[in-house]
Each structure stands twice: as C-alpha cells, then as structure tokens.
Write a protein that binds this ligand. Sequence first.
Ligand SMILES: Cc1cc2nc3c(=O)[nH]c(=O)nc-3n(C[C@H](O)[C@H](O)[C@H](O)COP(=O)(O)OP(=O)(O)OC[C@H]3O[C@@H](n4cnc5c(N)ncnc54)[C@H](O)[C@@H]3O)c2cc1C
Length: 535
Amino acid sequence: MRRWNGWGEESVFQKVNPIAFEYLQAHVGLAKTSHSLTFDELIALVPSSRLTQHELLACCDMTCDAKDRALHAVGQSLPDWIGLRMGLIERFPDAVAYPKSAQEIRTLLDLASEHDIRLIPYGGGTSVVGHLTVPDSLQPVVTVDMRRMNQLLHFDPMEQLATFEAGISGPEIEDCLQARGYTLGHYPQSFEYSTLGGWVATRSAGQYSLGYGRMDSLFVGGRLETPAGSFVLKPIPASAAGPDLRQTVLGSEGRLGIITECTVKVSRLPKQERVHAAFFKDAETALTAVRELAQADLHMTMIRLSLAAETETTLALASHQKVLSFVKLGLSLWGVKDQKCLLLYGVAGSTDAVSQGLLSARRIIKQQGGIFVGQKFGEEWKKARFQSPYLRNTLWEAGYAIDTLETSVIWSKVKTTIAAIEDALKNAARLQQEQVHVFTHVSHVYAVGSSIYTTYVFRLADTADATLARWQTLKSAASQAIVEQGGTISHQHGVGLDHRPYLEVEKGELWLQMLRAVAKTVDPKGLMNPGKLME
Ligand SMILES: Cc1cc2nc3c(=O)[nH]c(=O)nc-3n(C[C@H](O)[C@H](O)[C@H](O)COP(=O)(O)OP(=O)(O)OC[C@H]3O[C@@H](n4cnc5c(N)ncnc54)[C@H](O)[C@@H]3O)c2cc1C
C-alpha cells in the first residue's frame, strides 16, 4: 500500500548506515525527531464538505468521504510534507471524483460550469511544487483523480505510436509496451506513481531523456477537455501550419482543462543497455567531458555527473563501505582525491551500437583524465534508481528535511550557477544560525547546456510554522540565485505555486497576458486549478 504521509510503498524502508548519519550530523548538526501526525489526527482536520447532497455527486463516482479528501489534499513538495506530517494543511477538496471515461469528464466539466465548481486534475499526486494545493475559494473544489483512466487505446508498431488514457502510471505503460517489444523510455524518479497526463501537464524529464527525449518530444497528440469544449491534437509528424498547439497543452498544469488521452512516440526495446562509471579529479575536467559527450551525438541514453559534494555523499550512503575504501585508495593513487566527481553514462541499442557508443564515450572521458571503474557503480545505480526518494522518509523520522531544486542554463553558466545556488542556500541557513548540507548533479544534458539539480538537507524546527519558514527562506534564496543567473525557474518540475513568483522575470508580462488570454478562452469562469502557473 502507498504511504499516505511520505514517499513510496509502506513495506519499503530505506535504511541509512550509521556512518551516513554521522556524516549528516557533522554537516547539518544533531537533529531531534518530531511528532508525526497519525492518520486519524489528519482526518480530524478535514472540515465538512460544501458538496454533501449536491447533484454533482452523481457524476464520476464522486465522494465527500473525509479519507479520500485527506488523501488528495496535497502532493509531495516539502510544504506538502510539513502539512501532512505536522498538521499544517489549510484546505481540503470538498469532494474527489474518479472518472472512468472521457465522456464522464465531459459531463463533469459541463456540470462544474453550470454550478461554478473549481476542479483540480490529479494524476499520481507526485507534484513537488504545490500544483495540487486547494485554493482559498468561496466556491466548492473537486479534485479529479485520473487513475481509473489507465487503458491502452491504440498501438501501431508501423507508426511507432501508442495512445493511452491519461491516468495510466509509469509501470502500467511499460508493462503494456514491453509485452509488445516496445518502450516509452520515460523514467522520472517518480515513475512508480506519476501518470502520463501528469507528465504532459508538467513537461517532465525522465532519467533517459538523453536517449528518448523529454515528455515535450514524446507527446505527439491527444485530447484536452476544457470547460469551453474539446481540444483535439492530431498526431502529425511535423507541421508548418502556424504555432504548435501541443505546446499549449504541455506544461498547462491543469489550468486549461483535463487531458484525457495522449499519443506518444514509442521505441523498439533495445537489445542491450549498459551504464558505466568513471571518476574525474575535479568539476572542471568532469564538466568539460560531459559537455563534449553531449555535443558528440553518441546516441547515449543518460549522463549523470555528481559533483564533489554529491559524490562524497553518495559514497557515504553506500552500503559496501569496505569495497569503497579500496576504490578510494586506488583512485587517490591516480591523483583523484577530495574533489572527485562520479560520472555515470548509459548507452542502449543493438550490441554493435552499444560497443561503439561505449568506445567513443571512453575516448572523450579519457581525454579529460577520467578513470574508469567499470559497470558495478552503474549496476548499483540502476538497481536503486527509484529507491533514493525513500530516504526522505528515513531522514524525516530522524529529524531532517530533504528537498531539491532544479534549473537549466547554457554551458558557459553551468559552473557559476551551481556555485550561486549552493552559496545562496548556505548563506540563508547561516543567517538562521543553521547549517545545510548541499550537493549537486547534472543529469539532463543538451548540446547547448545542462540542467542543474541541487539537493539540500536541513534540520526540522520545533514547530510546523518554524519548519515552513526555514524552508521558505532557503527556497527563496536559491530561487533568487537561479533567476539572477538567467536560469529557468524549472527544468522539469513545473511552476505550480512555489515557482509562480519567478515566472514573470523569466517569461515577461506580455507572455503572461497571452497565457491568461488562452485560459480565459477555454475556461471563461476560471474553474480549472485556480492559482497554479499564473494568478
Ligand atoms: C520522488 C519524486 C521524484 C520525482 N522525479 C522527477 C523526475 O525525475 N523528473 C520529473 O520531471 N519530475 C519528477 N518529479 C515530479 C513529478 O513526479 C512530476 O511533475 C510528474 O510529472 C507529476 O505527475 P503526476 O501524475 O504525479 O501529476 P500530479 O502531481 O498529480 O499533478 C501535477 C500537475 O499536473 C496536472 N495534471 C495531472 N494530470 C492531469 C491531466 N490528466 N490533465 C490535466 N492536468 C493534469 C495537475 O493538475 C497538476 O497541476 C518527482 C517527484 C517526486 C515526488
């Protein structure tokens, strides 16, 4: 069963070795465990619904049950966690709808327009930027859970296209496609629960984005039901007929309507898939190698470079410490010491393509002094690649909060932006007489630049309000640093509520006016996910 107040399956507990806890204490300080709300205590916070006995309840298996409303009140952002664990949830939806077809959604939208009801589309509930927060609305709010719409509607190997209902989850998609010898190749770390509709609505990026593309390029068509009517995007390979309307649906964050189906590009399952690893002596050489790999057109599936602090943290968290001491000793003999950076790189395809890809990658890595350590690190990463979010549970229970930040910039700005984000977090913590442990990797690379993904760990404060204030200070300092460096406020997580204040600087007021005009056209009464993405 899925955890109601954290990440993942209840049966999975990610242990942290004592060395890693000592490491954390040395960097962040000794933490105190805080009281976590019980499920009954959470339910007691749910007020009565404004929709009890409303005629809308006849639609889409809708329910006003407090349990359903509690389970749909938030997503997975840090403020969401503070809300769930410490009882700081201000509002709950009045009801939850569970549509089973596009037709039911059409009926729901028509009824919502007639009765002035606000709707929040809900995919897997894995948003990390406040997409699912219930607005402060005088009108009732219904959260629309899409997960019963999880069928494959059409698959055509000739065209390499598959059409799914939008509520289908990552594992369900891969089960369908792999049984037919195909894959979507989209693996965000939230793969277990997030949905196709959610990926499109947030423009998500998976771990193999280098090989298969981000959701932006996988999504070729679909259907959006808006309060004003249906919007159908035909799958067309390329078109010069005016602006590309797929771009309106991608990243729409539930503001324009409900995506009911998506047509996506699929690929043949690769014969072979390899992830290898190499160490570099410092960030300078490692980033040069990564840029050259990204620009070499090698058909790689992934590149993930952990900078020095993340490499050190990864090694501290690893379970096989004895083996690691040998590796560290060996690396130090090659002059790879304190500033070492770990690179994981993946290649997939036919046996020949994989050998050729690995060989070409090796040449570039070697030119920058990279030391190869074979497949072991890559295999471990593959095994654990959906496990690390489970650490959030373990660390929270020990009194630590963990959050992530992401952006992307052109190559000339990568190093300075990483430093600016990390410094901003450390300074903001220092001003609060606290410490923060900060580490960064780059994992989505392009010919022109790269994403930057920073993780930060800090201590929970004594109360929910104080913990939230601590997070807000850190998050806004880092977001400000991103904006000042000219980075995007989000490379992959979207805007939601948390990034909304920074959007105007990035896109400009005219762009926001255009977007508001589009929303007004398809949703004149402002029913859809109010307040997210834009005011
Ligand atoms: C542990 C963890 C790891 C993550 N890793 C990644 C990662 O590697 N890459 C990445 O890109 N993101 C990642 N995320 C963020 C998150 O998983 C993505 O934003 C994901 O795309 C959200 O999908 P979802 O189905 O859970 O959508 P939800 O969280 O339910 O909703 C997100 C937004 O999409 C809208 N929406 C959802 N479904 C529809 C629909 N059918 N029609 C219209 N609007 C809809 C919602 O209204 C909301 O605004 C991670 C999150 C967590 C918690």
